[in-house]
Design a protein around this ligand. Structure first.
Ligand SMILES: Cc1cc2nc3c(=O)[nH]c(=O)nc-3n(C[C@H](O)[C@H](O)[C@H](O)COP(=O)(O)OP(=O)(O)OC[C@H]3O[C@@H](n4cnc5c(N)ncnc54)[C@H](O)[C@@H]3O)c2cc1C
Length: 387
């Protein structure tokens, strides 16, 4: 399959390329999360000021109001220009909190939150998982009780990425009876600065608090922050996960596709002294060819999803196909890079760090639902297999 840009898209791609070349940050993104958020805010604001934040978001909320295809062109050029992947801080707000508020929120919620996200003024985190509710999200127990015009929340979340620096949270709580499962949940916007929200960072092996435990003690959240309706949060959470597993993976996929081509260029540069394993017929050469074929397959999936978004469809369970394929591809490419580069894979280049990418890829088949759960969803909801 070969897809080429229309003349209009060619021109658009050129415009994107020029803007990114002229404006992308020249300094590498810092590794420390407190410094990262400062860097990410400045870069997000620069994109907003340049008119490039939220390419496909409606103009009335600060976006550019263009098509999903143009959003994808932006992602492709963004990756090719080695622009920083703001995986934590604004990634969540831009890729699933904002889209959820846009699709399921009311006008007040949209006009308050969406421009703040695009301007880099509000970082978000996700409060879904709990110590005993990860894959089985519907068993969550954090409690929300209506008291006047507030929801009073008590309980605990865990593995909340960026909680220690976030301004708002996608919070999923139980408002129905204890055994109500999917039927008694509410999706509410929690201001992370409210009294009673206690964030306790979990330090990872690299010394950074990527995720946190979050405790809630009598946290009073205005009912006006409920997205959709009380007790209808499961359906809103499915919207969030549809975005998180589907379109939110496009940027990371584009980054992996670019990384693989750079690895191939590196191997070409080794000729004629390349080790036998990297020459035609060698074991590593075969793995590189297979990885490139997998990139083409995932790209076809991306085009298919963009094409249904062009027809107005919201992302659904097919997002699990995208999430599974792109996360496993990322692990394949990163493992391949370490095997091909050897010790050189540990150095940090202007394009970023292979070793950080390698380690981060491990989490990709856990966060947002494990690979096993994505396979279950594909089997049950896409292929119609029995539970
Ligand atoms: C880096 C990272 C960042 C994260 N960020 C966030 C965040 O910001 N917000 C948030 O809410 N959560 C976050 N999470 C949590 C993530 O969503 C959960 O870890 C994930 O859903 C799995 O849940 P669990 O850890 O409780 O594992 P469990 O659900 O206990 O699963 C343990 C193992 O059992 C398997 N398993 C469980 N049930 C089934 C089944 N029915 N069929 C087959 N296999 C099954 C799983 O695949 C897994 O291998 C993050 C996780 C990571 C690793």
């Amino acid at each position: 399959m070969e897809c080429t840009d229309s003349p209009e898209f060619c021109q658009f791609r050129e415009e994107v390329r020029e803007w990114l070349q002229a404006n992308r940050p020249r300094e590498l993104r810092p590794h420390n999360s407190a410094a990262q958020i400062v860097y990410d805010r400045a870069w997000q604001k620069a994109q907003f000021d340049g008119g490039w934040a939220g390419v496909s978001w409606p103009a009335q909320y600060g976006g550019r109001g263009l098509s999903p295809s143009q959003q994808l062109i932006w992602c492709e050029e963004y990756a090719s220009a080695h622009c920083p992947m703001v995986h934590d801080s604004f990634w969540l707000a831009l890729n699933h909190a904002g889209p959820t508020v846009f699709v399921r929120g009311n006008e007040d919620q949209k006009s308050f939150h969406l421009p703040r996200i695009l301007k880099g003024e509000a970082a978000w985190c996700q409060g879904f998982s709990e110590p005993n509710a990860g894959s089985d999200l519907a068993s969550l127990r954090t409690r929300g009780v209506v008291d006047g015009d507030h929801l009073v929340v008590n309980g605990q979340k865990i593995w909340t990425t960026m909680a220690h620096l976030a301004d708002y949270q996608e919070l999923l709580v139980r408002t129905g009876p204890e055994l109500s499962r999917h039927k008694g949940l509410t999706w509410i916007i929690c201001d992370m600065h409210l009294p009673g929200v206690d964030v306790r960072p979990i330090t990872a092996l690299d010394g950074e608090p990527h995720t946190s435990e979050v405790f809630y003690e009598d946290v009073r959240i205005p009912l006006s922050n409920v997205v959709d309706q009380i007790d209808n949060g499961w359906s809103v959470a499915m919207t969030t996960l549809g975005f998180e597993r589907g379109p939110a993976s496009f940027g990371a996929f584009c980054e992996v596709a670019v990384a693989l081509e750079e690895l191939i260029d590196h191997v070409r540069g080794l000729e004629p002294n390349a080790p036998a394993a990297l020459r035609g017929g060698g074991a590593l050469a075969g793995r590189i060819a297979m990885a490139r074929a997998e990139v083409l397959a995932v790209r076809a999936l991306v085009y298919r999803m963009v094409s249904s978004a062009e027809r107005g469809a919201e992302p659904g369970p097919e997002g699990s196909l995208m999430r599974l394929a792109s996360s496993e591809l990322e692990q394949t490419v990163m493992r391949l890079a370490m095997d091909v580069l050897g010790p050189a894979g540990l150095s940090r280049t202007s394009a970023g760090s292979w070793s950080i990418g390698y380690f981060e890829a491990f989490a990709e088949t856990i966060a947002g639902g494990t690979a096993e759960i994505q396979r279950n969803i594909i089997g049950e909801r896409l292929l119609g297999l029995p539970r």
